[in-house]
Ligand binder design. Structure first.
Ligand SMILES: Nc1ncnc2c1ncn2[C@@H]1O[C@H](COP(=O)(O)OP(=O)(O)OP(=O)(O)O)[C@@H](O)[C@H]1O
Length: 309
């Protein structure tokens, strides 16, 4: 039995959660629209403590110009576990994810306030090199994006850039083995990465990310362009990789969040009374079993049971 199927058996699928088939007094929720302006949020003290945190976010807000896309996020992300970010479209999941490795610095007009501590260091401090942050905190995107290079060169690209002086062939092999791709590609390493299937391309991108020996992997909807079989392979891979890396994944697929993650952060959108600004807020953050089986916030329950979003 695979790791992911074990998890699936232990964790009920989201639609069987506590609110499924239940009633609500909120007409907006009953109508399937989110009662955005009334979103209650969990206080930092109510969050399940994280003993060993790789990230410690303290009142982090992210703006595009004057627009606050996501506001006042306080949470600790555990080391060597999988943390899922879930929530309706536009609540700031990807924005927050991209801030963790300063990828959002590349977006014109984007700015961050608050403290985003990674292994005890503020990643936005003046003396921190964003390129080094991105080497230690790798990223895998929604759409597989191999470079227009050979399979070998895709994996070797980062180590070469970093001046890797060890045995590159071994490193490429190990990285491809870690993502379960070696046996499928070992006889065609010189062929283009684009000649692989979508699922293989995504595993190649993960191999490329881990070849530079990062500490953290950020994954932004890594399976949304894949078929169910390729998706299961990536989910199995995520289970294996978490013993080596801390992983944060954005997903729209709640069953996937339930299957792969140890902790889940549910975000939603609040509408500012005066300006009508739609700002993403962290509604609830806890162990995944709690979020899907017994959430503290009504809005979380409405979301995970499919009542809105
Ligand atoms: N480059 C940008 N410039 C201005 N606003 C942006 C930019 N990128 C995102 N936004 C806005 O920030 C808010 C959060 O967007 P983000 O993509 O982070 O949300 P999300 O929860 O990941 O959404 P989805 O699930 O649809 O991908 C949205 O209102 C979005 O329109």
């Amino acid at each position: 039995m695979t790791a992911s199927s074990t998890q699936t058996a232990e964790r009920p699928a989201p639609p069987t959660g506590p609110g499924a088939g239940g009633t609500t007094d909120d007409p907006a929720a009953a109508a399937g629209t989110p009662p955005e302006e009334h979103t209650a949020t969990q206080s930092a003290e109510e969050q399940e403590p994280v003993q060993d945190a790789v990230f410690d976010l303290r009142d982090v807000s992210v703006r595009y110009g004057s627009f606050v896309a996501v506001g006042d996020i306080t949470m600790k992300v555990p080391r060597h576990q999988v943390t899922a970010f879930i929530g309706p479209s536009g609540c700031g999941k990807s924005t927050l994810l991209r801030c963790l490795n300063r990828m959002n610095d590349l977006v014109p007009g984007a700015s961050v306030s608050g403290e985003l501590i990674y292994n005890g260091e503020n990643v936005h401090a003046a003396d921190v090199d964003p390129a080094e942050v991105r080497r230690r905190i790798g990223m895998v995107f929604q759409k597989p994006n191999p470079f227009p290079k050979s399979i070998y060169d895709n994996v070797a690209f980062g180590p070469r850039l970093n001046g890797f002086s060890g045995d590159l062939d071994s490193l490429v092999q190990q990285s491809l083995e870690q993502v379960g791709l070696w046996s499928e590609v070992k006889d065609k390493l010189k062929e283009s990465g684009h000649a692989l299937s979508g699922g293989q391309q995504q595993r190649l991108c993960i191999a490329r990310a881990i070849a530079v020996e990062p500490d953290v992997l950020l994954m932004d909807e890594p399976c949304s362009a894949l078929d169910p079989i390729a998706t299961l392979k990536i989910e199995d891979l995520i289970h294996q990789l978490k013993s080596t890396y801390s992983i944060v994944i954005v997903t729209h697929n709640m069953q996937q969040a339930a299957r792969v993650s140890d902790r889940t952060a549910f975000f939603s959108v609040n509408i500012d009374d005066h300006q009508g600004m739609r700002t993403g807020r962290l509604v609830e953050y806890d162990r995944t079993t709690k979020i899907f089986n017994n959430p503290a916030q009504q809005r979380t329950e409405d979301y995970v049971t499919g009542r809105f979003g």
